[in-house]
Design a protein around this ligand. Structure first.
Ligand code: ZN
Length: 513
């Protein structure tokens, strides 16, 4: 077995596709076609149904795949084939055969993570990123999103696999188990083959607002010192009265209060990350993984001193990570551009980037990173390539933009339903849309529908109500919108991919430096 695919030119690919299309009365997807170890694999589409076709001169090569046995005629020669559903069982076999379908650690390469709440966005994601030089995370979902969309880590991973297979994308991709809070979260995502584990210790971050120096000192003495594997006096020796020089920024100096503040705020979170890390490292065994630490979902911005302290302590506890997501100044609300003073963002981002270069290097990760067009160029320039940007809901918003054109009736229903759901669904998200500023379906003309996706209020409405839209059932127990939305997008797959390519392409362009 060579493990190198047969080089096929466009003519050969077209001939294979024509043969298969004719015999199965279905569209053979050119980009998916690959011949490896004398086995042909490709995707065939009939209506909205996608199937995997596997064929080889010897029937035993088809073993493992579950499907209907067929015969295909390739260049006048008959050979065995199997037509298979794109399900989890066949994904598992395909993953063993085609190594480019297995996610890999991305390391310190500049990267973008593209979440896909519908499981239909991977082809568009690949088209947006391909050739840009950015590495891409394709299976990326937080536990919160999986819960809200009722998808398992394995489903998220498999949906990405079928998209990668369809596009024939062989450049490698990462997969991000995002915002993990518990060891159970880690186990579920490790089993599904995720490679990046984003730890979110936000529940363990303490607020220090309003504490006076004596209260801070008292709290400092009561930190979980055993879990931190040191004593208060060691910590004081390590930081107080010390100045640390940074690459390209002013020194960072700690006095007693400047240690107590970050320590009280973050020590429990640091201990929690160390615990998650040890669990991951021991459970993963020899499977490759990488880690991101995120403290972006906190109320207060992460100061440079806090950033420095958190990283120093994590490193002392043996936690290795490739990226860190601080909470930045200003507002990174869902689905809309940066709200705040870009100048202030620039000066603090420069400090964060300097800390990351000095203590790491590791990447600065920007969460809720979709649509932050006004700050991408600043971040890209200052990070000097040590950057990761995560987007999650923007691909769902693009799906609705597509829907506004292809099924205005369904779009209107979803718009009115979002009005019903917004107040409840927005909890736990950073949004500020005003219901009074968003029209109801009856007030918008057909031509205006797709344009709603450029409206601040509409974007946030749709951004947080996705879970309700996708999972709410009707009186018969069927999905009220989810199924129709999927079918519409599958029927107009190319339109959705075009909208994604266009919108995410702007992100990719903004991140060039
Ligand atoms: Zn985040």
């Amino acid at each position: 077995m060579s493990n190198q695919p047969v080089e096929l030119d466009n003519k050969q690919i077209a001939r294979i596709a024509d043969d298969v299309s004719r015999q199965f009365e279905a569209e053979a997807v050119h980009s998916s076609i690959i011949i490896l170890d004398r086995c042909l694999y490709l995707l065939v589409i009939k209506g909205t149904q996608k199937r995997l076709l596997v064929s080889a001169p010897q029937a035993p090569r088809l073993e493992g795949f579950v499907g209907r046995d067929e015969t295909v005629v390739m260049e006048d020669k008959e050979q065995p084939a199997r037509l298979c559903e794109c399900n989890a069982e066949n994904a598992a076999v395909l993953r063993q055969r085609l190594s480019y379908l297995v996610p890999v650690p991305v390391g310190l390469s500049a990267s973008i993570g593209l979440g896909d709440r519908l499981g239909l966005a991977t082809p568009g994601h690949i088209r947006a990123v391909k050739g840009s030089g950015l590495k891409v995370f394709l299976a990326q979902q937080s536990i919160r999103e999986m819960t809200r969309t009722e998808r398992s880590p394995q489903q998220v991973m498999d949906d990405a696999l079928w998209g990668v297979f369809q596009e024939g994308f062989r450049e490698g991709f990462g997969s991000d188990a995002d915002h993990l809070k518990t060891t159970d979260d880690i186990d579920a995502c490790l089993a599904a083959g995720f490679t990046l584990f984003t730890f979110d210790p936000g529940d363990h971050v303490q607020t220090t607002a309003g504490l006076d120096p004596a209260e801070l000192a008292a709290k400092f003495s009561q930190l979980p010192w055993d879990a931190l594997q040191c004593r208060p006096a060691d910590s004081i020796t390590r930081y107080v009265g010390k100045c640390f020089s940074l690459d390209g920024a002013e020194n960072l100096c700690f006095n007693e209060q400047e240690l107590f503040g970050p320590a009280v705020k973050y020590a429990a979170a640091i201990a929690h990350v160390a615990k998650l890390y040890r669990h991951l490292a021991s459970t993963a065994g020899d499977r490759p993984f990488e880690v991101e630490v995120s403290v972006d979902e906190t109320d207060e911005p992460t100061s440079p001193l806090e950033h420095f302290y958190v990283v120093k302590e994590l490193q002392r506890l043996g936690v290795a990570f490739v990226s860190l997501a601080p909470r930045f100044v200003g507002r990174f609300e869902k689905g809309v551009d940066y709200i705040g003073d870009p100048g202030q963002f620039e000066s603090t981002f420069a400090q964060h980037a300097a800390i990351a270069r000095t203590l790491g290097p590791y990447k600065i990760s920007i969460h809720s990173g979709s649509d932050k067009f006004s700050v991408y160029p600043i971040a890209a320039k200052l990070a000097r390539g040590l950057i990761h940007v995560k987007t999650a809901g923007t691909s769902y918003l693009e799906a609705l933009r597509t829907l506004g054109r292809i099924d205005p009736g369904l779009f209107r229903e979803i718009l009115d339903f979002a009005h019903e759901r917004y107040e409840e669904d927005k909890a736990s998200y950073h949004v500020s849309a005003d219901p009074a500023k968003l029209p109801h379906a009856a007030d918008v003309s057909e031509e205006q529908l797709p344009g709603l996706l450029d409206d601040f209020h509409a974007r946030q409405f749709f951004h947080v109500t996705y879970g309700s839209v996708l999972t709410t059932t009707d009186a018969t127990g069927g999905l009220r919108f989810g199924h129709r939305l999927h079918t519409a997008l599958q029927t107009h797959e190319a339109d959705y991919a075009d909208d994604l390519k266009k919108h995410l392409g702007r992100h990719v362009k903004g991140l060039k430096y």
